[in-house]
Design a binder for this molecule. Structure first.
Ligand code: UDX
Length: 435
């Protein structure tokens, strides 16, 4: 099928390359000529496992082309809108890019074609845009098909999603949209992927409520970590024990520094802002606590660092291992790890920071930090070791070797990812999260 993808950021670039991988003929559009040039040369603009391979394959097969010219989308049957919805100053989502993309796309749209929103938007946006589209191009239909991809697994999540959600209008237009999307996702549907057909508002809500739920799960376990820290209990064992209850489940119960990234933090704030606009702010008032618990984790680790260094971090050499908001990503948007590194520097510590992938992105946000090119360089002479992102490289560190590099054997395991017993056996004072 001929498909267009508007927006070549994280979501759009992965979606475009994945659609080509599935055999579709894709034209991908972005307003940023630099981004388009890099993608057209087969270069992924961010670190994402598997993306360079499928991008190269798609370019070689001729099934994908990148352009800044919106007119080139003409003739595609399905147009995916995958532009960003950043957090605005009030916490509400900024819809400038979505509105501009749909308006510009509409100029090149023909009857019988489908505009498929993928961006995360405040509930009610799709209905408004659907009206604009059908008024401008009678016979063209806007539907919503939210995306649940996780960074680090984005290609896999796009090609083999765990569910497909189609938000469509009722009646023949909606039926035609379902048929078109079924054709787009034929490969996943052949694998019996659950497919839910809902109305536009439900589709928008599915996305933000899924993220609100995940954020709640993480903050719940971090709240338990706060209690465990006071009474000397072990939150990891607690998570294992409650996780065996199938109604709870063990996933997303890892206590640590909390959630960051381009989605969860901004999405829970935008969801609260939208609920308030709708007059039901009270329904989501609890998300303010979820956010507050999450942000307290960072402050807690900064305090713990000071305590571990005898009350003051000034002049102390701190090895920071991990800057990305999660492993297998170079994304530092709202990253707890980078935030903690910057706060320690601000308080006078000498921070030597290392991450396997995220140094270039971190440097753009915090150029003042001292970035080193290996874990060993960061650890050498350190008064305190902070493991802040659970890369396998850090899990695999040999505690005895590290003990030989540092000036003082003290470690804060911000992600509970180290073998506590092995580090203690190597002589380290070990501080975990809620254990
Ligand atoms: C998230 C959702 O998972 C995804 O479905 C949605 O489409 C986009 O937002 P992502 O931002 O890639 O995906 O990251 P995710 O794996 O959800 O992790 C988010 C943050 O939570 C990370 O900072 C991670 O370290 C943290 N986290 C996750 C925890 O602190 N504890 C956990 O148990 C799980």
């Amino acid at each position: 099928m001929r498909i267009s993808v508007i927006g070549c950021g994280y979501l759009g670039a992965v979606h475009a390359a994945s659609m080509a991988k599935l055999g579709h003929d894709v034209v991908a559009v972005d307003v940023d000529p630099g981004k388009i040039e890099r993608l057209a040369a087969g270069e992924a603009p961010f670190f994402e496992p598997g993306l360079p391979e499928i991008l190269t394959e798609a370019l070689a097969s001729g099934r994908i082309r990148f352009t800044t010219d919106m007119a080139e989308v003409a003739g595609a049957r399905v147009h995916f809108v995958a532009v960003g919805t950043p957090q605005g100053p009030s916490g509400a989502a900024d819809l400038t890019y979505v509105d501009a993309a749909v308006a510009s796309l509409t100029e090149h749209l023909s009857p019988g074609e489908f505009v498929v929103g993928k961006s995360t938007v405040p509930v009610g946006t799709a209905a408004r845009l659907a009206e604009d589209v059908s008024r401008a191009v009678p016979g063209a239909t806007l539907v919503w098909n939210p995306e649940f991809l996780r960074e680090g697994f984005a290609v896999q999540d796009t090609i083999a999603p765990d569910r497909l959600v189609y938000g469509v209008p009722s009646g023949p237009e909606g039926e035609a949209a379902v048929a078109a999307l079924d054709e787009v996702y034929a490969v996943a549907l052949a694998e019996d992927t659950p497919r839910l057909v809902v109305d536009l508002a439900t589709a928008e809500l599915v996305k933000v409520s899924a993220n609100a739920f995940l954020a709640t799960k993480i903050s719940f376990i971090n709240a338990m970590a706060e209690i465990a820290e006071v009474v000397g209990a072990d939150v990891t064992a607690l998570a294992d024990a409650i996780g065996h209850d199938a109604r709870i489940g063990r996933k997303f119960l890892n206590a640590g520094l909390g959630f960051g990234g381009g989605c969860l933090p901004k999405d829970i704030r935008a969801f609260q802002a939208r609920a308030t606009e709708l007059g039901v702010g009270e329904s989501l008032a609890f998300l303010a606590d979820i956010d507050a618990i999450n942000l307290r984790r960072r402050a807690h680790v900064v305090d713990l660092a000071a305590q571990a260094l005898g009350g003051d971090v000034r002049g102390k050499r701190v090895a920071v291992l991990g800057l990305a908001f999660k492993p297998n990503s170079d994304d530092v948007r709202d990253s707890p790890s980078l935030d903690i590194a910057a706060r320690l520097l601000e308080q006078g510590a000498e921070v030597a920071a290392y991450d396997p992938e995220a140094i270039p992105t971190a440097r753009r946000v915090h150029p003042e930090l001292d970035y080193v090119d290996s874990a060993e360089a960061a650890l050498t002479g350190a008064d305190l070791v902070l493991v802040l992102t659970e890369w396998n490289e850090f899990r695999a560190l040999d505690a005895a070797t590290v003990a030989g590099l540092v000036a003082s054997p003290v470690v804060i395991d911000g992600r509970n990812c180290l073998d506590r017993d092995a580090w203690r056996a190597a002589g380290f004072a070990y501080h975990g999260m809620g254990r």
